[in-house]
Design a protein around this ligand. Structure first.
Ligand SMILES: Cc1ncc(COP(=O)(O)O)c(C=O)c1O
Length: 448
């Protein structure tokens, strides 16, 4: 039996019908091979987070249609169907490829969103919120959540945080845009960095100064030679290379900020996931008066939550709260109260522990598969986060397109490197995706 990845749209309802459609498509396309044994109805129901009846309905439907066969003692298997018609062959040139494997970074495993526990936290919030809690909120965030976040960040990220320093945001991007706009200082950014952040930063109108990253993280000597008076960096797991900012560089960075009065903006976007050694504490703890720590639940729960936080020096936190009052009147309150309960009950820590185990197994499978299929490529950034960085031995022009033509979506970082996100795929699917990626590296696009 194998792992079966099937996306269901819960909001669309009729899960049994959806599941039957997905399975039928998987059989027709050959993704489910003839005679392959399907998971038991109980196992698949658990994997998909649906009732067993949903799976039973889908299996029965496909058995009636002849796609599946079911024999006592042998479980349910894919029927041996006549060969698929020619139309099922490889995509024609220029046709949009169907992405079978999404290895793009930036998204956690959305199928693992803790729906039941989050629903309980939401219910607890709604059951306990006072009438006045539904009024326009404190633009810095509801006090209960700021208290919980200060405790959590102190405990898990070794941050020096009091509730007064915490501002609740709609994610790292939101907090970052606000701080950069308010400070207005020329901003150093890591080179390479996140493509997604550059347009956001450009929109602030602040001059951006790229500073190179090497094996120890940002080159702080180069930073010190620049005109920057603020710096944005990802010390726990540099995006995209995955390098951890070394202790020497941390010390140099803090010394630079103290000497010049500059602001350090620490993007702690995926720091909760660290697999082989203890988490590296945040830079903010070394210089709480000069650092803004930015984080969110985007990688721990889901980016669609749009819930995050910043820990800033108290005067800057107050300015950000004032800016929120002038621009958006604060963040939605129900989600804030729910997150406060989620943190206080230990549900967040439990979820993180569970996801760390899951992601570690996925990372290990990915690294093993790369060693088999792309042994010459150099891998970095494997000790933390949800992606790794793969340097190829030679430039492969249009690698992302070549991979996409084979059903694999990756994010290229220049012509000789790829960022490989592994959060959303099971081990078996990661192995299959790496085999196809290696083919794309060696042979380019797939041709009919
Ligand atoms: C390095 C990095 N930090 C932060 C973000 C945005 O995070 P959030 O969802 O918390 O706004 C991104 C988005 O892709 C990112 O690549």
């Amino acid at each position: 039996m194998f792992d079966l990845h099937l996306d269901l749209d819960r909001a669309a309802g009729r899960l049994g019908v959806q599941l039957a459609v997905r399975l039928r498509d998987a059989i027709r396309s050959g993704r489910l091979a003839p005679a392959a044994r399907l998971p038991s109805t109980r196992t698949l129901a658990q994997d998909l987070g649906v009732s067993r009846g949903v799976v039973v309905t889908a299996y029965e439907q496909l058995t009636a249609e002849g796609f599946l066969v079911s024999r006592p003692g042998d479980g349910t298997r894919v029927a041996r169907l006549p060969a698929a018609p020619a139309a099922e062959g490889p995509a024609a040139p220029g046709a949009a490829p169907t992405a079978e494997y999404d290895l793009r970074p930036g998204t956690p495993d959305l199928a693992s969103f803790p729906r039941v526990r989050w629903a309980a936290a939401l219910k607890q919030a709604l059951d306990t919120m006072a009438r006045t809690d539904f009024a326009y909120p404190d633009p810095a965030g509801v006090p209960a959540l700021r208290r919980e976040l200060a405790g959590y960040l102190g405990r898990v990220r070794a941050a020096a945080a009091t509730p007064e320093q915490v501002v609740v945001t709609a994610g790292v991007a939101h907090g970052l845009s606000a701080v950069v706009r308010l400070t207005g200082a020329p901003l150093a950014v890591e080179d390479p960095t996140s493509d997604r952040q550059i347009p956001m930063l450009r929109a602030t109108g602040v001059p951006l100064i790229p500073v190179p990253v090497d094996g120890e993280g940002m080159d702080v000597a180069a930073l010190a030679r620049s005109a920057a008076r603020a710096v944005l960096l990802t010390p726990a797991h540099q995006f995209p290379t995955g390098v951890v900012l070394s202790s020497r560089r941390r010390a140099a960075l803090v010394a630079w900020a103290e000497a010049t009065g500059a602001l350090i903006i620490e993007d702690d976007y995926d720091a909760e996931f660290r697999y082989d050694r203890d988490p590296v504490g945040c830079v903010q703890a070394l210089a709480p008066g000069r650092t803004v720590l930015l984080g969110s639940v985007s990688k721990t729960l889901a980016p669609g939550m749009r819930l995050g936080w910043m820990v800033a020096p108290a005067p800057l936190a107050a300015r950000v709260a004032g800016h929120r009052m002038d621009t958006d009147l604060g963040s939605p309150v129900v989600g804030q109260h729910a997150l406060a309960h989620f943190l206080a009950s230990g549900a967040y820590d439990r979820h993180l522990r569970q996801m760390r185990r899951r992601y570690r197994a996925r990372r290990d499978a990915l690294v093993d598969a790369l060693a088999v299929h792309l042994p010459e490529a150099e891998i970095s950034g494997i000790s933390a986060g949800l992606h790794l960085y793969l340097r190829l031995t030679r430039p492969v022009p249009d690698l992302a397109e070549a991979a996409a033509s084979r059903g694999v979506l990756v994010h290229a970082s220049g012509p000789s490197a790829v960022i490989v996100g592994y959060a959303g795929l099971t081990e078996a699917r990661l192995r299959a995706a790496v085999r196809l990626l290696a083919e794309a590296v060696r042979r380019g696009p797939s041709r009919p």
